[in-house]
Design a protein around this ligand. Sequence first.
Ligand SMILES: Nc1ncnc2c1ncn2[C@@H]1O[C@H](COP(=O)(O)OP(=O)(O)O)[C@@H](O)[C@H]1O
Ligand SMILES: [Mg+2]
Length: 394
Amino acid sequence: MKNKSDGKEKVSSNTMNQQHNSHPTSHDKKMSLIYSGFIGECAEIKEVFQTIEKVADTDSTVLITGESGTGKELTARAIHENSSRRNNPMVVLNCGAIPSELLESELFGHEKGAFTGAHQPRIGRFEMADGGTIFLDEIGDMSPGLQVKLLRVLQEQCFERVGSVKTIHVNIRIISATNKNLKKAIHEGAFREDLYYRLNVIPINMPSLHKRKSDIPLLINHFLEKRQANSNKSADTKKTFSKRAMETLINYNWPGNIRELENLIERLSILVDEDTIRYKDLPEKMKEKATTRQNIPESIMERNWPGFNQAVDQFQKNLILQALNQTNWIKAKAASLLKMNRTTLVEKIKKMDLESMENHVDREFTSNHKYFSIDELDISHLLHTEKSTISIMK
Ligand SMILES: Nc1ncnc2c1ncn2[C@@H]1O[C@H](COP(=O)(O)OP(=O)(O)O)[C@@H](O)[C@H]1O
Ligand SMILES: [Mg+2]
């Protein structure tokens, strides 16, 4: 838990406030869980919050799995900050970023002269973390030789510095993380099974962002607020997204997960001058995704497999909406894209009650645009107007 005096941001989601009010942790009834800037209200994240709450103040090892950028390190920090170790250090070590020859000395420290270049004795990360938590990121990249030594630390909480015979005892909590499939690595002989079970006492799996679409608007809002708070320009107002831009972001696949989203919000906040960020401002790869996606929405698949007729209806609806969005709801143009008769399209729009979706189109008018109301617009207007200068206004 962070103290007010540490000057760090203190944000907790509404869900979290409710949780800590109703379930105070057992070691200190007054202690409230603080998830600094940890945003999320979907079921999977609520489950993660609940696990954090239960395990934070134990010494059990935690293994956090999930794709890169899903919040594994943030989760480790939340565990540390909500434990009684919070006033001691949390030491982070990325096992994948350090060559394996150096990793041993990095973890355990070394004595002077232990190897060429060891001019001074140096304490390792385990000693630095004494009384606190060590977060071993990318644990799947650790060499088999070091895995054995780590297993000993886990079993006996002791080790020797490289080049020393003196045993050092420490009191540390170990949290590790990986985006690799460790079960597969065990099968392939690259990861020790005994170490896996030692590390994986409490497993936490971070969901990929495309599986928590309902959290995307919350995260966007959080990052916009963060940008505004960090902005040096006092005149900067908090930006907003147009409905169409927001929908595109919700439907994007996010291979880089929350890290990719955070970076995009930072980039758009700096580069877009207007207060509203629009579809046209988004990266091309996201727009392609939005216009070519013809899958049945995952939301339907997740709830239940649809019946055949429901799936076909949904597919038709998606296809028509995509054509309408791409043509700024000019039905004649959309009908031509869909290679169907305009009257048939209008009938389908009515039958599927799609008119209400029309607000999802950005209205980006420029001075040379000609405006038509939806009711006025028919094929004769299209024939007498240059295609590129038509917009729709209700
Ligand atoms: N639920 C969340 N709410 C707010 N920010 C998040 C959330 N999850 C991740 N982030 C932010 O996304 C970035 C990547 O998170 P990180 O914990 O480093 O991911 P990982 O370790 O899985 O690669 C960080 O800047 C982190 O603060
Ligand atoms: Mg990480």
